[in-house]
Design a binder for this molecule. Structure first.
Ligand SMILES: [Cu+2]
Length: 315
């Protein structure tokens, strides 16, 4: 072997070892809980099925190249079979994503090869019912290159997931066809962050004027896309699928397909207090729950949207 070839192989091995050191194995355990849960700001409860007891389920955040070691636990006290479909995974639908009965658990691993914001959801039959009952969440795969000129570090980050709410007891086939549809959930509640349309709402998203606010948006509706628009603002950048290579600039309204995710950056004017309403511009959806108020105020709550506090909930 020529010396130059040896040197090249040596350098490649060192590079690959280095990559392995950087890539982590991340353990993620999620327990399915079928439970009565509050679906609005008044405290109305409905029987829902959840990953981890909340809608959406826990935010999973890894780095591109990491291996996710996932464990799904279906409690014995549950009545339904469930499964877990991570859109960030490249596996076998008949193996990893198969459903398990109550009292069983299932383990599988996958490598997060693509950066972005992905939905995860239950795929057990009838899938439309399992998703409409709240079985979804978000996995963020941060790009391996980190923040760059094309993908600047945001000042604040929020996760915003829109989903359907159906009348309690709606049959699976009716859910699939959209019958019995009642309202839109934002992070599990109708008008969750909108005190303008719901006097019982006590939370809003917040930022300091001039900040870059990054919204990791996922559409968990079973049939309808979301026309996502920041009223009184313009999306500075939109990253399709949350991949830093898929940039659009200066966007007003962007369609997000069911079971798709996108990253939306918004920068408010400097030097004055302003507010935005992040809406699904399909009016039926907006006026039935899908409006989120973002307040860009000097007296903002600095803890919101920082240090993993991406899904705002009542304490
Ligand atoms: Cu399920």
């Amino acid at each position: 072997m020529k010396l130059s070839t040896k040197l090249l192989l040596g350098a490649m091995t060192a590079f690959m070892l280095n990559q392995n050191v950087l890539a982590k194995e991340v353990n993620v355990d999620i327990t399915v809980q079928e439970l009565e849960i509050e679906i609005d700001n008044k405290g109305t409860k409905q029987m829902m099925w959840t990953f981890g007891g909340t809608i959406p389920g826990p935010v999973v955040r890894v780095k591109q190249g990491d291996t996710v070691n996932f464990n799904l636990i279906n409690l014995k006290s549950n009545k339904q079979s469930h499964s877990m479909d991570f859109h960030a995974a490249q596996v076998d639908v008949l193996d990893e994503f198969s459903e398990i009965k109550p009292g069983k658990s299932k383990n599988y691993t996958f490598k997060a090869n693509y950066p972005g914001v992905f939905i995860y959801h239950c795929g057990a039959s009838a899938m439309s019912e399992h998703i409409a009952r709240g079985m979804y969440g978000v996995i963020i795969v941060d790009p391996k290159d980190g923040y760059t000129e094309d993908y600047p570090k945001p000042d604040r980050e929020y996760v915003n997931v829109e989903g359907d709410l159906f009348e309690a007891g709606t049959k699976p086939n009716d859910i699939t066809m959209g019958k019995g549809w009642k309202a839109s959930l934002i992070n599990g509640k109708v008008f969750h962050y909108d005190p303008v349309h719901d006097s019982d709402a006590s939370l809003t998203l917040e930022s300091k004027p001039g900040e870059r606010v990054r919204i990791f948006f996922v559409n968990a509706n079973i049939n309808e896309s979301v026309a996502f628009h920041p009223i009184a603002g313009i999306w500075d950048r939109v990253y399709d699928n949350g991949n830093p290579k898929n940039i659009k600039y200066g966007m007003q309204t962007v369609d997000v397909a069911p079971a798709h995710g996108m990253v939306f950056d918004l920068i408010s004017p400097k030097g004055k207090d302003t507010n935005n309403a992040l809406v699904n511009h399909r009016m039926k959806r907006a006026l039935n729950g899908a409006i989120t108020v973002l307040m860009n105020h000097e007296d903002y709550d600095g803890k919101k949207g920082q240090d993993g506090n991406l899904v705002l909930r009542e304490e």
